[in-house]
Write a protein that binds this ligand. Structure first.
Ligand SMILES: C/C(=C\COP(=O)(O)O)CCC[C@H](C)CCC[C@H](C)CCCC(C)C
Ligand SMILES: Nc1ccn([C@@H]2O[C@H](COP(=O)(O)OP(=O)(O)O)[C@@H](O)[C@H]2O)c(=O)n1
Length: 286
């Protein structure tokens, strides 16, 4: 949910610290020095969007020793928390002094919000084409450390963020739900599946029950959290009983799609949000 982070740009700054947007993490790890650049450059310190693979990769930095790693990670965590706190406090102050509006009503807000993923999109393209070399970025978001990997999963990911922000913004549940599936559900499936995925799915030996059950649960919970958040701020009105049933249905569809052995054909950063968008649109009707 990047959506949450994006949308937060138009929400009361004081709500940032308690918003459910922090759940919208594609892959959540304790930030290490290698994840810091991406955290800081995305300027969204509360919304840590990093892959678990960094942990694995950088565990090879065991040369520094486990104690050193823990210290480094703890330091990085404190730094990010401090940065997030400072950012929220700054916005709080500006809002209290009426220097910035609490809730942006500007029609251009969606384009401003999409600037964050757009800048990251540009970075991915430039580095993916090896026009420049940002080793931190490549290491942070690729599996094998190859720049060209940036042009696949990570690029699709930011493109979905951009499209969702611009097309759906905060008036339609469709964008929120599809981002919840991609950023929340799919991200958690990866983490839980790798850790507890001993029992594989009968039709896909690459995916596990633990991963898919987590995908369903987190897609559902993150979606409901996001919808609740935007309902509280009055952007959307929902009838909750039917909404919960509908979200459960979309989560189920997204989970089934994520579990299929089609990763080689279509990246799940495309299949999951796309199928979620279509099914949410059909189910919600707007
Ligand atoms: C590593 C990423 C995707 C790869 O996925 P997969 O192929 O393994 O399935 C994500 C890449 C993220 C990107 C480089 C930076 C995105 C910044 C974004 C605009 C910040 C939004 C923050 C919010 C927390 C979502
Ligand atoms: N439903 C799922 C999804 C992922 N996983 C685990 O997570 C790993 C990465 O999943 P993936 O191929 O979907 O990776 P991403 O493209 O989402 O990063 C898989 O190799 C599995 O170990 C799982 O066990 N069950």
């Amino acid at each position: 949910m990047a959506y949450g982070a994006i949308m937060n740009l138009g929400a009361p700054a004081s709500s940032l610290s308690s918003s459910p947007a922090h759940l919208f993490r594609r892959h959540v790890v304790t930030p290490s020095s290698s994840t810091l650049p991406i955290l800081l450059t995305t300027a969204l310190p509360k919304n840590i969007l990093i892959k678990p693979r960094q942990l694995r990769r950088h565990s090879s930095a065991a040369a520094a020793g486990i104690g050193g790693d823990v210290l480094q990670d703890a330091g990085a965590t404190l730094l990010v928390i401090g940065g997030a706190y400072a950012l929220v406090s700054t916005f709080d102050n500006l809002t209290r002094r009426n220097i910035i509006e609490q809730i942006s009503k500007s029609t251009g807000a969606r384009y401003f919000a999409s600037l964050v993923p757009s800048i990251n999109c540009l970075r991915l393209v430039i580095n993916g084409l090896s026009l420049t070399t940002d080793e931190g970025l490549v290491k942070s978001v690729s599996r094998e450390g190859k720049p060209e990997e940036l042009l696949r999963g990570p690029l699709y990911y930011v493109l979905v963020l951009i499209v969702s922000a611009i097309v759906f913004w905060r008036e339609s549940p469709v964008g929120m739900i599809s981002l919840a599936m991609m950023c929340g559900g799919d991200g958690i499936a990866d983490i839980m599946g790798r850790k507890f995925g001993f029992r594989k799915l009968p039709y896909n030996q690459q995916k596990s029950w633990a991963g898919s059950i987590s995908m369903f649960l987190f897609s559902f919970l993150v979606s409901v959290g996001m919808l609740y958040y935007f309902t509280v701020f009055g952007y959307i009105q929902l009838e909750w009983m039917s909404t919960i049933e509908r979200v459960a249905l979309v989560s189920f569809v997204a989970t089934v799609i994520e579990s299929l052995p089609i990763t080689g054909i279509v990246d799940d950063n495309i299949s999951v949000p796309l199928v979620s968008m279509v099914s949410a649109f059909l189910i919600f009707g707007y």
